[in-house]
Design a binder for this molecule. Structure first.
Ligand code: SF4
Length: 500
């Protein structure tokens, strides 16, 4: 649907954001006065007041002016819930009201997640669990308050209950360590990560020197505040794109600094088979790595070529078997649904091949079309098309059917902007193989110390009930140049939350 002009009242930033989110959900474009459109103007008015019972009540009115001069008017009204803060209720009801008008009067299809827009839809579920609501009551509220589909509500609510024992293993002084190795061998078509291709020897030496400094400062913080390290996650980029010697040096440094008796999970994202070697597998085995991610994304050769990955499906299988033979306890495989040129039949074939390997954990990502990716540019300039939403949803249904048939359950989930099919990323595993780090970071219950390029530190301030983040630069030059600044920012956040 196209409209020429959109007006809003009140014209506050938050209502502009809410309105745009609903328009994006239904792919309604504001095209300006010069282009043909379905409507000359839509005007949205949000008003709220308090009922006698003290609840907040929100009315949404939409005036639609057609290009032939016809005018129509639609209205919805909704009341806030008892356990909702006033302005949170106003924003939710404003969005829900506009969503309902588009659904009822403009024939728009249901959005799978309704108006539940954030990265972590399980957060609201955990809040309701803490408030004493049952599984069925939460499923109902997701549908009523957020227009979430029953299917998605039934996906995340049992998942949140399953997460509880894992979240309870963490106390205020339990932390995880994230290590960012910001290099890759080639750049994938869909990636928006800055292109830090593996640098030459000299720059790599410089990186390792700065990395040591970063790591030593984080190690000091662990000692100073008496933290217990529960999980170590080495990600990137592709950490295994480092040459064998640098990889061993990096992993040994991480091990020496943070590995201890309480460390239950030590993950390395090995990513791509073209970055793997027997020496790296031996390093991981010798240092007690418990979890390795092998990320084929697809097992279709034509797709791997298309998305710029220089490896074959056969090399994925070879790498997987070598890791198993080395005795790595948990192997995860990442796949992407909605890749260019793929159909649900391709995904079915990929799932058949992946499930046959019996990984412990499979993460199903929906393609997120990010600004800054070559894919986004190609779509604009060369009109490369992606599978449509219906096809991508079929891919997701197929993939979930396979993981469930293999005895796996969804155990964590997150969403991003611009996801194909308005879908989500879901981690599924066999019982007992849950990635603790994935659960802790997604639910933001635990402080994460980020070290290395593009690493994020998340500090949970239990005294003030809030979380603050600090980001290391994504591009290598800035990270190397400004390391002291990043160390200081991390130290300040930690002192604020944990200092005397
Ligand atoms: S391996 Fe990951 S980080 Fe590296 S280019 Fe591909 S998508 Fe980007």
């Amino acid at each position: 649907m196209k409209i020429q002009t959109l007006t809003l009242y009140p014209a506050q930033e938050v209502f502009t954001k809410i309105t745009k989110e609903v328009l994006n959900l239904f792919k309604v474009a504001v095209v300006g006065g010069k282009e043909a459109a379905d409507y000359a103007q839509l005007s949205v008015v949000y008003r709220w007041q308090h009922t006698e019972g003290g609840r907040v009540q929100v009315r949404v009115r939409l005036y639609a002016f057609r290009c032939d001069g016809m005018r129509k008017e639609y209205e919805t009204q909704g009341d806030g819930a008892d356990d909702e803060r006033e302005m949170a209720a106003v924003h939710r009801l404003a969005k829900l009201g506009l969503y309902q008008i588009f659904r009822r009067h403009f024939g728009m299809p249901q959005a799978p997640w309704g108006i539940l827009h954030g990265v972590r839809p399980t957060k609201i579920v955990h809040r309701w669990i803490a408030g004493g609501l049952t599984e069925q009551a939460i499923i109902r509220r997701l549908q009523q308050d957020y227009a979430c589909s029953r299917e998605k509500a039934e996906l995340i609510v049992p998942m949140a209950f399953r997460q509880l024992p894992f979240l309870q293993t963490s106390s205020e002084k339990t932390v995880s360590i994230y290590v960012g190795i910001p290099f890759c061998l080639t750049r994938c078509l869909y990636c928006s990560f800055p292109a830090n291709l593996l640098p030459g020897e000299e720059e790599l030496r410089e990186f390792m020197a700065v990395f040591r400094k970063d790591l030593a400062a984080a190690q000091d913080a662990v000692r100073r505040y008496g933290f217990t390290v529960q999980n170590i996650y080495v990600g990137g980029g592709t950490p295994t794109s480092l040459p064998d010697k640098s990889f061993a040096e990096m992993l040994q440094l991480v091990y020496n600094a943070f590995y201890g008796p309480a460390c239950g999970e030590f993950t390395v994202e090995a990513g791509r088979p073209d970055s793997m070697s027997a020496a790296k597998i031996e390093t991981m085995r010798a240092l007690g790595v418990t979890r390795v991610s092998v990320n084929p994304q697809s097992m279709q050769e034509k797709t791997l070529v298309r998305i710029g990955r220089r490896h074959t499906p056969a090399q994925v299988v070879e790498m997987f078997r070598a890791l198993r033979a080395a005795g790595i306890p948990h192997i995860n495989m990442d796949l992407i649904l909605g890749l260019p040129g793929e159909t649900a039949t391709d995904v079915e074939d990929t799932m058949r091949q992946v499930v046959a390997l019996a990984p412990d954990d499979i993460t199903l990502h929906a393609l997120a079309l990010k600004r800054g990716s070559r894919l986004k540019l190609m779509m604009e300039e060369q009109h490369v098309e992606l599978p449509d939403d219906a096809e991508t949803r079929r891919m997701s249904e197929t993939a979930l059917r396979y993981v469930r048939a293999a005895g796996m359950q969804p155990y964590y989930l997150y969403r991003q902007g611009y996801m194909s099919g308005d879908l989500e990323n879901i981690g599924c595993c066999r019982p007992g193989a849950e990635g603790m780090y994935n659960i802790q970071i997604m639910e933001e219950h635990q402080t994460i110390l980020g070290i290395g390029g593009a690493a994020t530190t998340k500090v949970v301030d239990f005294r003030r009930h809030r979380m603050k983040s600090a980001f290391n630069a994504k591009d290598l030059t800035t990270y190397l140049r400004d390391i002291d600044h990043y160390i200081e920012k991390r130290a300040l956040l930690l002192e604020e939350a944990y200092g005397e």
